[in-house]
Design a protein around this ligand. Structure first.
Ligand code: UDP
Length: 415
């Protein structure tokens, strides 16, 4: 067993790593390719970097490629993203679809040899979904992995994207409520975090303490934290409002809003500006715009926080919640999407529907630190059992097996 696998074993136990190794042995020789639209920022990039490493560690050839696109393309796909998550109408003309399909066709050409080399192609989210149109004669298996919340998608955009998605061999959704009917096999697989990554590994007390002077945060006062891309669905302004309401009762409260943009998100700058405007004149609000590789910094901030907020109004899964629970933090989360899967109200945190609700829970937790500790510990165990990378990869392996060997009998013990 490699050193890395031994390190996983120390966290998740022998049986889990053993099962993964047995599945990998059956799959030996296949080549997997993951395709998405950004290497930095956001949950998909976060998962892929670790998923690819662990798959390779288990002896399976795995690659990760991203599609390239113009600003216009990413503006259009951000519009799709918003419409698919039901946020707002977007005006679409035929030129929008031409740009979307044109950029996908160009990427298909650029990536053709890599795509054809793979036995299994995972295409993540809508941006590259139309790549499949350029491979009508394909022999490999294509899986569309949807990370976003298709709870009430604007129909005309979903029908358009669905046209491409229906050509895949299977689709994966994170949650039952996001799964839109499709004429292909559909699977539910929750995302995960990597306990060995810089984002989630243990840190020394010194490394955690170093973030206080670095960001002018007072270590002796309670600190609220939300880590998120600057995106309206994450409701950073609602977080500021909750903090302000709670601060009326707890005057020494501080708030840290840490985020960055993703390369495929052209709206981030505008949202950041709104947040900066709202935070102006309050030295206890720290808005941190961090580079995409600030994993240890985010890890330290999460460990330093008294309470972690994720007050999203729409959320695919919410890896930031998983990360905070893993660090034994009480989490106050928006009562939406994958946050509901992780924050079991009153068990592993609190679910809220408004800034006022969040403020009440903040006050409660600050007055009852023992409850916060208990919630955090339960949250850690919940993540250990359900949302670590090893479970996620096992689900992918079993899905690949079922696609490559439909109806086949595979006996794990006989390897
Ligand atoms: N993240 C980061 N830097 C940032 C903001 C977010 O590294 O400035 C990470 C965060 O720690 C988490 C992921 O990006 O791992 C966000 O995933 P989540 O599912 O919470 O939201 P998404 O951005 O995918 O909507």
């Amino acid at each position: 067993m490699t050193e890395v696998l031994k390190a996983y074993e120390a966290i998740v136990g022998h049986d889990i790593v053993d099962e993964l190794s047995q599945l990998a042995a059956i799959l030996k020789g296949i080549k997997i390719l993951h395709l998405n639209s950004t290497r930095f920022g956001g949950g998909v990039a976060e998962i892929l970097s670790k998923m690819v490493q662990l798959t390779q560690e288990l002896g399976i050839e795995t690659a990760w490629e991203t599609i390239a696109g113009s600003q216009e393309f990413f503006r259009i796909t951000k519009g799709f993203h918003n419409a698919l998550q039901g946020r707002k109408e977007i005006s679409v003309s035929s030129s929008v679809f031409e740009v979307y399909e044109g950029v996908n066709a160009e990427n298909a050409q650029a990536l053709r040899s890599k795509i054809e080399h793979a036995d299994v192609v995972f295409v993540h989210d809508p941006q590259p979904a139309a790549l499949i149109a350029s491979f009508p004669e394909r022999k490999n298996k294509w899986i569309w992995r949807c990370h976003i919340a298709l709870t009430s998608p604007k129909r005309y955009i979903w029908n358009y994207v669905r046209n491409f998605v229906s050509r895949y061999d299977a689709a994966i959704f994170s949650l039952h409520e996001y799964a839109e009917p499709l004429p292909i096999p559909m699977y539910l697989i929750a995302p995960s975090i990597d306990p060995l990554s810089d984002k989630n590994c243990d840190l020394s007390a010194e490394e955690i303490a170093a973030i206080y002077p670095r960001f002018c945060i007072d270590p002796s006062r309670p600190m609220l934290l939300q880590v998120s891309r600057f995106d309206r669905f994450k409701d950073p302004l609602g977080v500021i409002q909750a903090y302000r309401l709670a601060k009326r009762f707890k005057h020494d409260l501080q708030l840290v809003l840490a985020g960055g943009g993703a390369h495929d998100d052209p709206e981030a700058e505008r949202v950041l500006q709104e947040v900066l405007d709202a935070a102006r004149n309050d030295p206890d609000i720290h808005v941190l715009f961090l580079p995409g590789d600030s994993h240890r910094t985010i890890n330290a901030l999460q460990r330093a926080a008294t309470i972690v907020l994720q007050k999203s109004v729409r959320e695919g899964f919410g890896l930031t919640v998983t990360e905070a629970l893993w660090k034994n933090k009480p989490v106050i989360g928006g009562n939406v999407g994958g946050i509901r899967l992780q924050v079991n109200d009153y068990q592993t945190g609190f679910l809220v529907n408004s800034s006022e609700g969040a403020a009440l829970r903040i006050r409660y937790l600050l007055q009852n630190p023992a409850v916060g500790k208990e919630l955090g510990e339960r949250g850690h165990r919940f993540v250990q059992d359900n949302f670590l990378l090893t479970r996620h990869l096992r689900d992918y392996f079993t899905l690949i097996l079922s696609l490559l060997h439909p109806g086949g009998r595979i006996e794990l013990g006989k390897i």
